[in-house]
Ligand binder design. Sequence first.
Ligand SMILES: [Zn+2]
Length: 249
Amino acid sequence: MKKQIRMPITLIALLLLLISLTSATVSAASYDAQNQDTNKTWGSLINQFQASQGLGQSQKHSLKDKVIVIDPGHGGSDTGAIGPNNVTEKTVTLAIARDLRKLLSEEGATVIMTRTSDRDVAYKGTSDIDELQARVDIANQANADLFISIHTDAFTEYASGTATYFYPGSNDALASLVQSSMVGQLKLYDRGFHPNDYYVLKYTNMPAILTEVAFISNPKEEKLLINRSFDKKVAVGIYNGIKKYFLAL
Ligand SMILES: [Zn+2]
């Protein structure tokens, strides 16, 4: 009798052990499956978001691995041009550069600014050439992929519009894309993109452009240049041009 009872108990224990092992395996498997489903859901949500934003998977963080030097024109002892209402070029170029840095960083680029405050890049009271060479040195030593110098133009109070410059004989693609993208954002007079022998374009070792965003000597454009939403549009214009440039490579 005792033996007969014992056998089923052992069998039942064995069965229970098997069941618990099996169910543990099953539940672990279903847990993984659930996780995969969750991942799939997130993945498709991200894809849907990117599609709605016009971004493909490959375009996300498209500037990763790119080193971009932003050069806010003038600074410190060098005010640059001064508008009829005393707006200084050095202040405007820094504000735009900061906005551009934010956009490029968010897209994964390593951004280096030749200056992040109101100062001379070389040293206080430096010569024009030493000052420009200091900016060139930053870009060349960083082995940057791109160099963008930001300026505002000055002539008469009637002169107006946006222009971009590249070094004579170098590829004009970057200048072309940034110019058209900026004009699209700002809707100012399109002065085009042109070769120019500027020091920072001549001595930098990478694709380089210098943009003249608008005329600080023109009271209307001077007023625009101190408008923060205008500055952000300038940054978006340059940023879109840079993105198009790298996508086209
Ligand atoms: Zn300037």
